[in-house]
Design a protein around this ligand. Structure first.
Ligand code: 5RP
Length: 217
């Protein structure tokens, strides 16, 4: 079965976590696109969605789903999002789609974070996927130097990409993240860093892994 089909299966399983009339937090990426399409098949089931990106907002609206401001929605019961890597403790690397800041805000605002991945995203230790860090443009080189000193990893500017918040992305290569909470905390302290794509302080609560069979962790 192709990887895209595994993503679709994980996304459709996440529909089990939906309750009628709820406001759902919606992440970004190709796996989440399947989830949005599944939401679109049941119009009226949810009150609306809080979106983590312009990309997801457009897709939600194309299905007639109302997109709400998080400041209005308050605490959310459910957030559904994908990931680039997931370790056995449900800690994640996210931001491959450059939407990490809004994703982290919504994850923090949600009581339950259901992460939908295909089996290729499961790793024993985070870091093989380059760690995305969103930075304020004027601090790009400073942050890159600090990250190199602090972690030994190689920051690479994701050329040509501007986030929905008007910022830049550094992808940090060659990391072996044995203590994700400590690394997330340390990188968060660098002036100019907006968001680190480590979701360790607030990991997923449930991980749905799509493969030839579905696993719920
Ligand atoms: C976007 C993300 C995505 O969840 C992550 O990149 C996974 O994407 P996909 O579902 O396309 O594999 O963090 O910022």
């Amino acid at each position: 079965m192709p990887q895209n089909e595994h993503k679709r299966l994980a996304a459709e399983k996440a529909m089990d976590y939906l309750e009628d009339g709820m406001i759902v937090g919606v992440g970004t990426g190709s796996t989440v696109a399947w989830f949005i399409d599944a939401l679109g098949r049941e119009p009226g089931r949810i009150k609306g969605a809080v979106s983590s990106s312009e990309q997801s907002t457009q897709r939600l609206k194309s299905h007639g789903i109302e997109v709400l401001d998080l400041n209005y929605a308050g605490t959310l019961s459910l957030y559904v999002d994908g990931a680039d890597e997931c370790d056995p403790h449900k800690r994640l690397i996210k931001g491959g789609g450059a939407a990490l800041t809004r994703e982290k805000i919504i994850a923090q605002a949600s009581r339950q974070f259901v992460c939908i991945i295909d089996a290729s995203k499961q790793v024993p230790v985070l870091g093989k996927f380059p760690l995305p860090v969103e930075v304020i443009p004027m601090a790009r080189s400073l942050v890159a130097r600090e990250i190199l000193t602090l972690t030994g990893g190689q920051p690479v500017w994701r050329d040509g990409v501007t986030t929905d918040n008007g910022n830049l992305i550094l992808d940090v290569h060659n990391l072996t993240i044995t203590d994700p909470v400590a690394m997330e905390t340390a990188l968060n302290q660098i002036p100019g860093v907006v968001t680190v794509g480590l979701f360790a302080r607030r990991p997923a609560d449930v991980v749905i892994v799509g493969g030839d069979t579905i696993q719920v962790l």
